[in-house]
Design a binder for this molecule. Structure first.
Ligand code: IDP
Ligand code: MG
Length: 168
């Protein structure tokens, strides 16, 4: 009896932890300038993911160089940093089961020429250098990016009223 209760509890807490995976999503300056912030947020809301943090800011180059540090040797890096620094952005944290992988699928391929219709990039943009949205590519990079763009106080703890209708 106790063993089965314990097994149930550990399964339950495992499932709870899985539902708390987080990703870092950011509307890039072209997405903001083109008035697509609401449409992008809507995709994540209607899917059932939970918004944990969001802000509107003009990121400085130092932050953007850190954010894209892995790409610093690529020829497009200076142009990428200039593009990301050309206007305000909307960084966000979204939470849910498999949100990192599903978030990437919702974004579509990096180059919009390859992004399928129905994805955000597939539906709203044309060129890789103006692909309107960023999304973390792994749980580890998500943690790193969330720590770079948000402090602990900005990550809001709350329970959406619909959670029992989204998760069984
Ligand atoms: P991702 O955003 O899909 O994760 P990454 O390879 O991490 O793609 O590249 C980061 C960003 O750098 C892309 O979203 C895009 O804005 C830009 N980028 C990637 N490759 C190119 C390129 O060949 N030319 C111009 N910009 C690029
Ligand atoms: Mg990337």
């Amino acid at each position: 009896m106790i063993a089965s209760l314990l097994a149930f509890y550990s399964l339950f807490s495992y499932a709870m932890a899985a539902n708390k995976e987080r990703t870092f999503i950011m509307v890039k300056p072209d997405g903001v300038q083109r008035g697509l912030v609401g449409k992008i947020i809507e995709r994540f809301e209607q899917k059932g993911f939970k918004l944990v943090a969001m802000k509107f800011m003009w990121a400085d180059k130092d932050l953007l160089e850190k954010h894209y540090a892995d790409l610093s040797a690529r020829p497009f890096f200076p142009g990428l940093v200039n593009y990301m620094n050309s206007g305000p952005v909307v960084p966000m944290v979204w939470e849910g089961l498999n949100v990192v992988k599903t978030g990437r699928q919702m974004l579509g391929a990096t180059n919009p020429a390859d992004s399928l219709p129905g994805t955000i990039r597939g539906d709203f943009c044309i060129q890789v250098g103006r692909n309107i949205i960023h999304g973390s590519d792994a749980v580890e990079s998500a943690e790193k990016e969330i720590g770079l763009w948000f402090n602990e106080k900005e990550l809001v703890t709350w329970a959406p009223a619909a959670k029992d209708w989204i998760y069984e």
